[in-house]
Design a protein around this ligand. Structure first.
Ligand SMILES: [Zn+2]
Length: 170
């Protein structure tokens, strides 16, 4: 089996590792700052990581930024984590995520069908995905960013919230 390491932003030695903060209170965020020191692909979908910080627990999801992308990250679930005594606040973890050979980052210029505002969308797709799979990933990403997709129309988050406010008035 062909195992390729995924492209991770390993610029310098301090990569912010974002936790899924939706589960925790906003005030906890700074106390839980973590950064990634090393990242290795063990098997497809299975990764070994070393980092520093605290507050991470088994079962939580962390986001690792993808190399070459400004906004995209890969969600990974913590399978096991060991905090080291020396150096303090360093940890080793086993992470689990989607299994893939290699990923490509695409940019797609989307125009809102309501206000015509252009938006440069970044999305990730497997290298072997066909165009319909790419569209699926692009639209999944748009929805995650708050866009409204309806009958081939793409409505930006600003217009989408206006529309929902107007429909509440009626
Ligand atoms: Zn719009």
């Amino acid at each position: 089996m062909n195992i390729r390491s995924i492209a991770i932003n390993l610029i310098g030695d301090d990569i912010p590792l974002q936790k899924n903060y939706r589960k925790t209170s906003p005030g906890k965020r700074s106390a839980d700052a973590n950064s990634l020191l090393s990242f290795t692909s063990l098997n497809p979908g299975s990764f070994s990581a070393e980092g520093k910080g605290k507050g991470l627990e088994v079962g939580e999801t962390v986001f690792v930024s993808l190399k070459g992308s400004k906004t995209l990250s890969l969600p990974l679930m913590i399978k096991s984590i060991t905090y080291l005594i020396e150096p303090a606040d360093h940890w080793q973890a086993e992470l689990e995520g989607e299994s893939f050979g290699s990923l490509n980052i695409y940019t797609w210029q989307v125009n809102c069908d309501s206000c015509q505002q252009p938006y440069p969308l970044e999305f990730v797709s497997r290298s072997d995905d066909d165009s319909s799979a790419q569209i699926f990933h692009a639209e999944t990403r748009l929805t995650a960013l708050g866009w409204l997709l309806d009958n081939g129309q793409h409505i930006c988050p600003v217009c989408a919230s206006k529309e929902s406010r107007e429909s509440q008035l009626h």
